[in-house]
Design a protein around this ligand. Structure first.
Ligand code: FES
Length: 167
């Protein structure tokens, strides 16, 4: 009888151990399938080398599938304390280049230093603020972090949090 109990105990512990290992392996497999792939994580950030930009230069980059503009302002260009990204003593205008009316992509005119939306005639100034037509609000500022002379889109740095009133 004692031998039966010991045998039963041994079988129970063995099966319990196998089940525990199986559950653990399943959890590890589930977690690795939930985690984003490294390529997806790195695709969430866009880094722009600001030192390579000329005064007055407009550049468009892709950030998470959306167009983002960066303008290195000249001394003569309008400054916007509530929107400009300031690196050293240089002001940059940065925004998601999507019209806040119905989502068209406004084009930037370097001569007039303003954005024009061809869909319904909306206009935005060099700071990305709506100045004419149906757009109800300025173009949005993407989350960013300043890293030396680089702008990293996709991270909420202290400068971004200050601009959007979260700091
Ligand atoms: S979508 Fe830009 S003005 Fe309507």
């Amino acid at each position: 009888m004692a031998e039966n109990i010991n045998r039963r105990d041994f079988l129970g512990m063995t099966l319990g151990g196998i089940a525990a290992v199986g559950v653990g392996a399943s959890l590890v497999a589930m977690k690795s399938s939930w985690d984003p792939l490294p390529s997806v994580v790195s695709a969430g950030f866009t880094t722009i080398d600001l030192s390579s930009m000329q005064e007055g230069e407009y550049r468009q980059v892709e950030y998470r599938g959306t167009p983002v503009y960066i303008i290195k302002k000249t001394v003569a260009m309008k400054k916007c304390e509530d929107r400009d990204v300031v690196v050293g003593d240089i002001n940059y205008s940065v925004g998601i280049q999507i019209c806040t009316h119905l989502g068209c992509i406004p084009s930037y005119n370097t001569n007039s230093a303003e954005f024009h939306c061809a869909c319904h005639g909306g206009k935005f100034d060099v700071c990305g603020k709506n100045t004419f037509g149906p757009p109800p609000s300025p173009m949005k500022i993407p989350p960013f972090k300043i890293d030396g002379d680089k702008l990293v889109l996709g991270e909420e740095g202290p400068e971004y949090l200050k601009l959007v009133g979260k700091a």
